[in-house]
Design a protein around this ligand. Structure first.
Ligand SMILES: Nc1ncnc2c1ncn2[C@@H]1O[C@H](COP(=O)(O)OP(=O)(O)OP(=O)(O)O)[C@@H](O)[C@H]1O
Length: 311
């Protein structure tokens, strides 16, 4: 691993005090290597935003240590500002200002900004360039926030759910931009609850749940841990999972993540496939859409927590 641009050690962040206190981050450690893309993947409320805000200097750790580009995000905030591009979930913009004017203003604050016109074109912001911020659509706000994070050519970019609410076209444009930045040597951290996004973009993924890291590794390390494949089928809801599990080899798992949607985890081989179809035949179940698929990060999360990544 090269130099670290972010180091978080045993971070605890609590909101409120006493009995009403909420522990949003509960002893989380992670590291971001220079020039890499790191994804922080977790369900709603896992503590992703709180962790990112601590790196951005907006929150103080209740306990633990956070270092960004070797500096303290709170006390060295001024020194870090020009070097770190931040995209918040809420955009952080002025309601009456026009989109492209805002971007030009932010560009002027930086010594060596990107070409604003090019960025506007890449993020498809030309059509709404004269629209006041408060009138932008959700997707336009997201794209503008991304442009504002990138315009100063930061060394490190922190993106909180950069593609939430974007249509597939805008999502792909964002992914391509992230890939280009990485090629240019920029370090990126992004939070997401989309496993496809983490799988496609990230060199390193931290899966977090309830304020803690529950698994970490490259996407292929994570998905090849435990089960390599997943068998899926659809059938009537509420099948007897215990009976099905009893028919399967030791080490297999059976879940019904959504009503009528079944998932079998474990060593998926021809014998197991035959066992499942035989069980279905014996129980009068016609298995629809039966498919063997590569194990995904979504499956990893389900295996580790018994819950789904997305609500
Ligand atoms: N200002 C606050 N005051 C009290 N509790 C808070 C505050 N901000 C967040 N929390 C709580 O802290 C926990 C973690 O929230 P956080 O926003 O960091 O999660 P997240 O992983 O980013 O979630 P999401 O994917 O929904 O954005 C949640 O239980 C949330 O309700």
């Amino acid at each position: 691993m090269g130099d670290l641009v972010i180091e978080i050690e045993d971070l605890v962040v609590r909101y409120g005090r006493g009995k009403a206190a909420v522990t949003a981050v509960a002893g989380l450690s992670l590291a971001v290597a220079q020039g890499s893309v790191t994804a922080v993947l977790g369900p709603n409320g896992a503590g992703k935003t709180t962790t990112m805000e601590t790196c951005e200097g907006y929150r103080r750790p209740t306990r633990g240590r956070v270092s960004v580009l070797g500096l303290d995000p709170v006390s060295d905030r001024r020194a870090l500002m020009p070097r770190v591009g931040v995209m918040l979930q809420e955009g952080g913009a002025w309601s009456g200002a026009r989109a492209v004017e805002m971007l030009r203003h932010v560009a002027r604050l930086h010594a060596n900004p990107l070409d604003v016109d090019l960025l506007v074109q890449r993020l498809d912001l030309a059509g709404c360039g004269r629209t006041p911020y408060r009138r932008l659509s959700g997707g336009e706000k997201q794209r503008l926030a991304l442009a504002m994070a990138l315009v100063g050519r930061p060394e490190l970019v922190i993106l909180d759910e950069p593609t939430a609410g974007l249509d597939p076209h805008a999502r792909r444009a964002t992914w391509e931009l992230v890939e280009e930045l990485r090629r240019d040597g920029v370090s990126l951290v992004l939070t997401t609850h989309h496993m496809e996004e983490a799988e496609r973009l990230a060199d390193q993924v931290y899966v977090i749940d309830r304020g803690r890291v529950i698994a970490a590794g490259s996407p292929s390390e994570l998905t090849s841990r435990g089960a390599a494949n997943t068998l899926r089928f659809r059938g009537p809801m509420g099948l007897d999972l215990r009976s099905l599990l009893a028919a399967l080899p030791d080490g297999s798992g059976v879940r019904e993540p959504a009503p009528g949607s079944y998932l079998i985890l474990g060593k998926i081989d021809p014998h197991l496939l035959a066992t499942v179809t035989a069980w279905c035949a014996a129980h009068g179940v016609l298995a629809d859409d039966l498919a063997v698929e590569r194990h995904t990060l979504e499956d990893v999360f389900l295996e580790l927590t018994g819950r789904e990544l997305r609500p």
